[in-house]
Design a protein around this ligand. Sequence first.
Ligand code: ADP
Ligand code: MG
Length: 318
Amino acid sequence: KNISDKIAAGEVIERPVSIVKELLENSIDSGADTISVEIKNGGKTFIRVTDNGCGIEADQVETAFLRHATSKIETVADLTSISSLGFRGEALASVAAVTQTTLITRPEAEKTGRRLLINGSEVVENVPVGCPHGTTIIVTDLFYNTPARRQFLKSDSAESGMIIDLMSEMALAYTDIKIQFINNGNVLFATAGDSSLKKTIMTVYRQREYDDLADVDFTTPGFTVTGCISRPSLSRSTRRDQIFFVNGRIVKSKVIEKGLSEAYKERLFKGRYPVAFLFLETDPASVDVNIHPNKKEVRFHDDKAVELAVKEAVIDAL
Ligand code: ADP
Ligand code: MG
């Protein structure tokens, strides 16, 4: 059982950022409005995610770590939809298989909470504990029982860079949740959770000139495009600050990039790129996402329509 757990875990848990993503998505699914994520050493030695969500009932804490144990049946039925979070009830089992995991949790209605300690899928402690309502998961010593995998990890700063990118994107996608992010003891950002995209961008990216980004708010048959873009006076030499969401999910998309550059054509010098945080909403049936949870590729059934919608939305905003 242990070996198959480890093999399966390899598919989901490639690196620290995969763990942070799964834990953060669970916290979002829990209905929390406040979430804190702390990492150390690129997440290799320490990851802690705390939320004030629904918590887990005492008799469910061990079940949550079993493979294919999920309380989110509706989400699973809708696996192909781009909007579904979660991972078929495999995330916690996979994380626990390759780390030392501590779970501290209490539903708001319960007086006492529960603390569960798991070392490489073995439950070594399951005891009552006093704690705030919500859930904390602490993951230490990634791949401690699979040294070969540990060697494939990149440097601490490369691993933390990936987590910083993920945290930034998630903060933008969930502006209604207060998200705090701590890296090696430094608070990198703490969002207000007041649903303001501009304010969240300022908090997360800390670029003074982003205060002047233009708001995009455009609807055309089949599409709604919202977000913030730079005016032609501000541009970048890379696409680093171009972040796209389709139906709430972060994606990479040449088609959206094309729509953007079409809109800025003649307004920007060659080799310069606009800053763009764009949210596209469209019929989920007109979009294919790669089902693999760690990939971000998106395919539209009608590329030209998407390109045009983005182009028109941007021109409208400028
Ligand atoms: P999935 O998210 O696909 O259901 P996971 O392995 O990520 O599978 O989580 C297993 C179960 O543990 C979830 O279905 C949920 O019931 C519970 N759970 C995990 N994290 C949390 C959390 N932060 N708050 C409340 N419940 C949680
Ligand atoms: Mg999950």
